[in-house]
Ligand binder design. Structure first.
Ligand code: MTE
Length: 322
């Protein structure tokens, strides 16, 4: 089965193209946001996850939103993918050098069925779903994007994580031949991210393979990227080549770079400011032709997904475990 076939989904399941194309906005007009600079969290081991179950109804209610979508052209030309440069337009210009096929993912660590698996096989048997998620960047802007992909937890279960698998670590490709930005020591490459296992198994956690009904463009993290919609966008690691089940909280690229600024959890939280700027509001990149400036809107706890995910953090001090 080709990747194209693996990604094919019934057109009725995808938001109408006409609806997409009807959306207009002006990109140029939002205020300069602070540069995404360096990250972190407290170094001690956090308390264990509370034992709570999420009802299917609770989980389901976050899968889509009726909010105005960000235009395809903005989703694919205003990016953060530092392996291709730190400017917002750099990835859409430079990432064409990323070869996304063939692609495989090495799955290892605390699981019964480790191994390197071709992307086609990783996705085999899954029917890609469309999820319309808000993406809230730590820099203070946000988008609403219709993604295609598969639930992360369902993919992870196939590798049979053991009881020692307390966290899941993800790694991006780190090839300087294909990724010119890696020549600069902006981060300690390769880009790495992590989730607690219950976060990874939450029905909202998603592995995207496409957006707007098409295969994922390179600049958006082709061929496989993570989406954790209740966390800041930098948790959404792109172009994943390795997934490891681990016992200890894994190091992440941003935490390693600036531990006081970027925590492991990185849950969207308007009451916990970034040390250098407020997180109380955001500019939605989704305006319409009638609005010159994207309006600043209040940021919601867990990016508006509190109903679905707040129970994951029951009893945790979110100011400490930011
Ligand atoms: N993944 C890798 N490998 N490298 C990156 O620089 N940037 C992150 C995240 N994933 C990044 C990454 C940040 S800061 C954000 S906000 C989102 O990707 C942006 O995703 P988008 O460009 O698809 O909107």
């Amino acid at each position: 089965m080709s990747l194209r076939d693996a990604l094919r989904i019934p057109s009725a399941a995808i938001t109408d193209e006409a609806v997409y194309h009807d959306r207009r906005r002006l990109l140029a007009a939002f205020a300069a946001t602070p540069a995404l600079t360096l990250a972190g969290c407290a170094d001690a081991e956090p308390p264990p996850a509370a034992k709570v179950t999420i009802t299917p109804a609770q989980a389901k209610s976050g899968f889509r939103t009726a909010e105005e979508l960000t235009r395809y052209q903005d989703v694919t030309s205003y990016n953060n993918f530092y392996e291709f440069g730190t400017g917002k337009v750099d990835p859409s210009r430079a990432a064409k050098t990323l070869r996304t096929s063939p692609w495989s993912v090495a799955v290892g660590g605390e699981c019964a069925k480790p191994g390197r698996i071709a992307l086609e096989d990783l996705l085999k048997g899954f029917k890609p779903e469309e999820r319309i998620y808000r993406l809230r960047c730590v820099e203070g802007w946000s988008m609403v994007i219709p993604w295609l992909g598969v639930p992360l937890g369902d993919v992870l279960k196939r590798f049979q994580p053991t009881s020692k698998a307390k966290y899941v670590a993800f790694t991006t490709l780190g090839d300087p031949q294909q990724m010119p930005g890696i020549r600069y020591p902006v981060l300690d490459w390769p880009y790495r991210e992590g989730l607690r296992i219950d976060e990874a198994m939450h029905p909202l956690a998603f592995l995207a393979t496409g957006l707007y009904g098409k295969a994922l463009p390179q600049q958006n993290g082709a061929p496989l990227r993570l989406l954790v919609p209740w966390k800041y966008g930098f948790k959404g690691i792109k172009s994943i080549v390795a997934i490891d089940f681990v016992e200890k909280m894994p190091e992440t690229a941003w935490h390693q770079s600036q531990p006081s600024e970027y925590g492991f959890f990185s849950n969207v939280n308007p009451t916990v400011d970034h040390p250098r700027w407020s997180q109380k509001s955001e500019r939605r990149i989704a305006g319409s032709a009638s609005k010159l400036f994207a309006e600043r809107i209040p940021t919601k706890l867990f990016n508006g997904y509190a109903e679905q995910v707040a129970s994951l953090y029951a009893g945790m001090d979110l100011k400490k475990w930011f």
